[in-house]
Design a protein around this ligand. Structure first.
Ligand code: IPM
Ligand code: MG
Length: 356
């Protein structure tokens, strides 16, 4: 099994180091190869997704990704910005299914900005379509408005579109995920306004015929945003498009109080995947040794489960993370009075130790 290690920018390298440490203590020899990506890719090879990095990602069975982005690169033209690396990997490798669990560990109930009774025991899974929608739809660009009340003025435009097979394949992923959990699926759309999402709703409804054991409901995205903060535990699995999923998954992540705890998986049709923490590159704390490595370690656990077919090892890692939380160890982002504050390295070491 070959794993591509793409640390990226900001805190990426420090947190990836911890996850690699954990993988190396499982008693198996994984082949790992590291390559630069994002701002680091631009610095090394003049492009956020260098050819060699993309090649390695294609060859590997799975990709462990840190994070990309740094203020240093904000003035570059769009095509050279660090974010293009992750968008390019998703598109080139056909990683259309993005799984973003939002789980509230009982020990961290106090970290949420919501009342504990609203969020304690929260366990929801957002499935975001990742290679279509307005993110990638053509045409897009800037031009002189060809018509309308502002004809002749400068305008920016993007295209929202979804093809039937794109909706079908993500719907299948979502129904199958729901079958393995609470058997409830909420499809989030904006069918009251957008043609694209009326179509989405129709296709998801049709795919439902193949999954009679799953309860399906439909919710407009604005209402879904409201329900997520009002009564988040009513959800089991949520499936939605790329744009809505981007927004709702950040909101869901914050319900748990620490985005530093949440892993994610982006899968293709054969369960090859890219695994990354849900948080960003946090350049303000990079290099200080205080970042929370648990989201990346939990992403490595998802990798063991989905791409490397090692569910038992995945469980071991997840149990070890729960153990260190129960021991009271906390990085700064989840620190509360009465717990023990540790740095990135110490947290990684504690998970390693908790593995046996
Ligand atoms: C995410 C991020 C990315 C996205 C950015 C970095 C391009 O916000 O993974 O949610 O918008 O998809
Ligand atoms: Mg996002």
């Amino acid at each position: 099994m070959k794993i591509a290690i793409l640390p990226g920018d900001g805190i990426g390298p420090e947190i990836i180091e911890q996850a690699v440490k954990v993988l190396n203590t499982l008693g198996e020899k994984f082949e790992m190869e590291t390559a630069p990506v994002g701002g680091a890719g631009y610095a090394a090879h003049g492009h956020p997704l260098p050819e060699g990095t993309l090649k390695l990602a294609r060859q590997a069975d799975a990709i462990l990704f840190g994070s990309v982005g740094d203020w240093k690169y904000d003035t570059l033209e769009r095509a050279l910005r660090p974010e293009q690396a992750i968008l390019g990997l998703r598109k080139n490798l056909n990683l259309f299914a993005n799984l973003r669990p939002a789980i509230l560990y009982p020990e961290l109930a106090g970290a949420s900005t919501l009342k504990p009774e609203i969020v304690s025991g929260l366990d929801i899974l957002i499935i975001r379509e990742l290679t279509g929608d307005i993110y990638f739809g053509q045409p897009r660009g800037m031009r002189e408005a060809p018509d309308g009340p502002f004809k002749g003025a400068r305008e920016g435009f993007d295209t929202m579109r979804y093809a039937e097979p794109e909706i079908r394949r993500i719907a299948h992923v979502a129904f199958q995920a729901a079958q393995k959990r609470g058997k409830r699926l909420t499809s989030v759309d904006k069918a009251n306004v957008l043609e694209t999402f009326q179509f989405w709703k129709d296709i998801v409804t049709d795919v439902h015929n193949e999954y009679p054991d799953v309860a399906l409901d439909h919710m407009y995205v604005d209402n879904a945003a409201m329900q997520l903060v009002r009564a988040p535990k009513k959800f089991d699995v949520i499936v939605t498009g790329n744009m809505f999923g981007d927004i709702l998954s950040d909101a869901a992540a914050m319900l748990t109080g620490s985005i530093g705890m949440l892993p994610s998986a982006s899968l293709d049709a054969n369960n090859k995947g890219l695994y990354e923490p849900s948080h960003g590159s946090a350049p303000d704390i990079a290099g200080k040794g205080i970042a929370n490595p648990l989201a990346t370690i939990l992403s490595a656990a998802m990798m063991l489960r989905y791409s490397l077919n090692r569910a038992e090892q995945a469980n071991r890692v997840e149990t070890a993370v729960k153990k260190v939380l129960a021991q009271g160890l906390r990085t700064a982002d989840i620190y509360e009075a009465g717990t023990t504050r540790v740095g990135t390295n110490e947290m990684g070491d504690a998970v390693v130790k908790a593995l046996d």
